[in-house]
Write a protein that binds this ligand. Structure first.
Ligand code: DOR
Ligand code: ZN
Length: 347
């Protein structure tokens, strides 16, 4: 059995820079036409000039004859100016602005400390420029339980933001809870949407502790209870246009995961398509897969669908135990396990 899909895009991807970029970019370029590239480098991509330079670096790292198109983002800070948003739009290569609450996750230390106090003029300019805001939706208050941080963020920040700026396009990235699903579904279609990762669709928080501590299943937002996993599976397989593919593939070298204070992030680029197919097949919704992988994202961003195709063949294959890159070893999601859907690259 084979499935032919319009080539998917990845609407949330970490490519890093330097050696890791060289190592991982071809894995995404094999399967995806475009990707929204996260700006949380060190230093972060806070200006259009930096985004343009980063895009050049990505293009140079691509294999020959690749058509992969990196769609760049700016990292919002307390000091981002409305002028920078105008420049970003004019550049033609910046497609969105990313909000990291300061301290929420990897390289978010330069993120926003006071969204309503510091960023309103910028957000108003984003409405003018029709520039989406991509949100890491977690509060950073250490008093708030780590499993509740998404829900608290929705109540304290996202709902008031959407009420205040109803014409701002917002993508709630990597949703993990029933609360997020309900919130996104309650908002105006075409203005508020969400990306969903393979890990949050396939794993619940038990996966963090199965047979011992599992650092390669640690990401942020952290995996949640089974009822939440089921809610996001139901949302994506319902056919709703509000949800689309965003892997949040976030490579970290093995030693940075398997250590006393391991980094958050799951490397899933090589397995993501096979895993999304697994989710939709298990839900009896393979007919809804292509809209999620290939239609809903471009429609939200106002971009055309890709014109090439990719085939998924129902054929068991074993996920490598690790990828040995020049930059070191990276352990993929579902390492060593067998998956049923094999993406055929040269179609
Ligand atoms: O798990 C994560 N890893 N979540 C994020 O938000 C950032 C990412 C990274 O950059 O490693
Ligand atoms: Zn991310």
């Amino acid at each position: 059995m084979e499935l032919s899909l319009v080539r998917p895009d990845d609407w949330h991807l970490h490519l890093r820079d330097g050696d890791i970029l060289q190592s991982v970019v071809s894995q995404s370029a094999k399967h995806f036409g475009r990707a929204i590239v996260m700006p949380n480098l060190r230093p972060p991509i806070t200006t259009t000039a930096a985004a343009v330079a980063y895009r050049e670096e990505i293009l140079k790292a691509l294999p020959p004859k690749s058509y992969f198109d990196p769609l760049m983002t700016l990292y919002l800070t307390d000091n981002t100016s409305p002028k920078e948003i105008k420049a970003a739009r004019r550049s033609g290569v910046v497609y969105a602005v990313k909000l990291y609450p300061a301290g929420a996750t990897t390289n978010s230390q330069d993120g926003v400390t006071d969204l309503f106090g510091r960023c309103l003029p910028v957000l108003e300019e984003m409405v003018e420029q029709n520039m989406p805001l991509l949100v890491h939706g977690e509060v950073t208050d250490p008093e708030v339980d780590v499993f509740d941080r998404e829900k608290v963020f929705i109540d304290s920040t996202l709902r008031p933001l959407v009420q205040q700026l109803p014409r701002l396009k917002v993508v709630m990235e990597h949703v993990t809870t029933l609360d997020a699903v309900k919130f996104v579904e309650s908002c105006a279609e075409g203005f508020v949407a969400a990306t969903v990762t393979p890990q949050h669709l396939l794993l619940n928080r038990n996966a963090l502790f199965k047979g011992g501590l599992q650092p390669h299943n640690y990401c942020l937002p952290v995996l949640k209870r089974e009822i939440h996993r089921q809610a996001i599976v139901a949302a994506v397989t319902s056919g709703s246009k509000r949800f689309f593919l965003g892997t949040d593939s976030a490579p970290h070298e093995r030693q940075k995961k398997e250590c006393p204070c391991g980094c958050a992030g799951i490397y899933n680029a090589p397995v993501a398509l096979a895993l999304y197919a697994k989710v939709f097949e298990e839900a009896g919704a393979l007919d809804k897969l292509e809209a999620f992988t290939s239609f809903n994202g471009p429609e939200f961003y106002g971009l055309p669908r890709n014109t090439s195709f990719i085939t998924l063949r129902k054929k068991p294959w074993k996920v490598p135990d690790s990828y040995e890159f020049a930059s070191g070893t990276i352990i993929p999601m579902f390492a060593g396990e067998t998956l049923d859907w094999l993406p055929i690259v040269d179609s």
